[in-house]
Design a protein around this ligand. Structure first.
Ligand SMILES: Cc1cc2nc3c(=O)[nH]c(=O)nc-3n(C[C@H](O)[C@H](O)[C@H](O)COP(=O)(O)OP(=O)(O)OC[C@H]3O[C@@H](n4cnc5c(N)ncnc54)[C@H](O)[C@@H]3O)c2cc1C
Length: 474
């Protein structure tokens, strides 16, 4: 007997049942096929546009299972997808017909509150990490939606509310355990396998499967000054111009982001505003509460907001504030640009597109970076966009396939019309499935060095279900 599994050339090949049984017997986790209970749950990821059916799913319980999975895929030359938190918009965590290595059950965390470090397994979500570190009043910079996976976020760079003060997630990565394409488990750090350590800090899953991340932690909270200031859309131009003036002189502790969308039915918004366009300033202060009140005052004083709900919040709670707007199960098509400044022309273009949002869930989002993230030289890690002060992320998001065409057209047009204001680079973690031509631009001056590291660690391109750095031999 044999099972048909897709190989790296995209051809379905017969793999002997004995080989599959041997794999099953060699792992502590589970091996699922299309008939197994739990198969559909395991292959379902955050973006409902992605609906793929692997031939096998290896649900790993530890590094040994990862080694076995990599050996199995390599020996049979099979298409291999690696899933951390399953959030990536491009959907590379799951493949059609091949083997999916599911790490989502590997959720251990070991915090050392004295050394201020945490060792984190690759199935952890940001919420898991915040939960286990905040009990000690500690945190490391991660993203703003707590159900996102630590693994994919870190491997692409990682930014959030603490980034302007403490850098990107990768700037706080001390070491990682990596299973490489030859099945070896190696440590990558500033002292060991330094080329690999450089590459995994931004280069994604191209170089191996990370089975543990070690992070530096910082004292944060547990209460932080944070919240939303909601303005009417009729004031959008003035609000965005004032935001720009405020943001460019803001110290690193201040983090003001912008969301333009139709107002969700939040309890602090008048019912008449629900479902109408609004400009939301989401603000965070990464330091002392009283100093934060003073620092945010010029932003809060401006205009006639519909609501201002800025105040002390538990840090771990603020990290979940956007979760209800970003639940899994919706269809998502995202686009992104980086900017060094916000031109009036950019503001006008965003306002014009915000006037024709394709769905009630679609958002135009601007995050501010700079600060500590910018002070690291671009060659220090693979992450290629240290110069970005602002990141535009167009979250096209709707419920039904019937809305795809109109929503995608709107997102593409907005991205095309704002390109002339952008740097040309893009955050690799925001690149969609149809944008493989942007991978090189995402890494800018670091791309050639990434190819060299790929040539060394994965010359056959076993790890190809990602924003791929192609090795020279393939
Ligand atoms: C709602 C939402 C909010 C977001 N907010 C932010 C944000 O605030 N800041 C930010 O920086 N990013 C943000 N992102 C982007 C996010 O960083 C990426 O989607 C990231 O890839 C998610 O990681 P994951 O582990 O959940 O994804 P997955 O889809 O599981 O993994 C993504 C890819 O990473 C690779 N990979 C995963 N785990 C491993 C591993 N252990 N070893 C090797 N390769 C691996 C694989 O190639 C995989 O295809 C957000 C995304 C979403 C959907």
């Amino acid at each position: 007997m044999a099972v048909s599994i897709r190989n790296i050339a995209g051809v379905d090949v017969a793999v002997a049942q004995e080989a599959i049984d041997a794999l099953r017997g060699s792992i502590r986790g589970e091996l699922l096929d299309r008939g197994s209970p739990g198969y559909d749950a395991a292959r379902t990821i955050w973006n409902a546009m992605i609906d793929r059916r692997p031939a096998l799913i290896i649900s790993a319980r530890g590094a040994a299972d990862v080694v076995r999975a990599v050996e199995f895929a390599r020996d049979h030359q099979l298409l291999l997808a690696v899933r951390g938190g399953g959030h990536n918009i491009a959907g590379n965590a799951v493949c059609d017909g091949g083997v999916m290595l599911d790490l989502s059950k590997m959720r251990g965390i070991r915090v050392d509150p004295h050394r201020r470090t945490a060792i984190v397994e690759p199935g952890c979500t940001l919420g898991d990490l915040d939960h286990d570190t905040q009990v000690f009043g500690l945190a490391t910079p991660v993203g703003i939606n707590s159900t996102t996976g630590v693994a994919g976020l870190t491997l692409g760079g990682g930014f959030g509310w603490l980034t302007r003060k403490h850098g990107l997630t990768i700037d706080n990565l001390l070491s990682a355990d990596v299973v490489t394409a030859n099945g070896a488990l190696v440590r990558a750090s500033a002292a060991e396998n330094t080329d690999l350590f450089w590459a995994i800090r931004g280069g994604g899953g191209n170089f191996g499967v990370v089975t543990a991340f070690e992070f530096r932690l910082h004292p944060v909270g547990p209460q932080v000054l944070s919240g939303l200031i909601v303005h009417p859309f009729s004031d959008a131009k003035g609000v965005l111009q004032h935001y720009r003036e405020f943001a460019v002189q803001a110290p690193d502790d201040v983090v003001p982001w912008v969301v333009i969308r139709k107002a969700p039915p939040l309890p602090f918004l008048p019912v008449a505003v629900h479902g109408t366009e609004v400009v939301i300033l989401a603000v965070f202060y990464a330091g002392d509460m009283a100093a934060g009140e003073r620092a945010l005052e010029p932003l809060r004083r401006y205009g006639k907001p519909i609501a201002d709900v800025v105040g002390p919040h538990p840090y771990a709670g603020w990290q979940q504030a956007f979760d209800p707007l970003l639940v899994p199960g919706a269809r998502n098509y995202w686009k992104s640009h980086n900017f060094t400044k916000i031109d009036d022309g950019l503001i006008d273009t965003l306002i014009s597109y915000a006037g024709k949002l394709p769905s009630p869930h679609t958002e135009i989002f601007i995050g501010q970076l700079g600060g500590a993230a910018k002070r690291v030289p671009v060659g220090a890690t693979a992450y290629g966009m240290r110069d970005a002060e602002f990141v535009l992320n167009v979250h096209g998001r709707w419920d039904t396939a019937a809305e795809d065409e109109g929503g995608i057209r709107w997102a593409r047009a907005l991205t095309a019309d704002t390109a002339r204001f952008a740097t040309g680079s893009v955050y690799i973690n925001f690149v969609t499935a149809d944008e493989s031509e942007r991978v090189q631009a995402a890494y800018g001056p670091n791309y050639e060095r990434l190819v060299a590291v790929k040539n060394k660690y994965d010359p056959q391109n076993l790890f190809r279900m990602n924003h791929n750095i192609q090795p020279a031999a393939v």
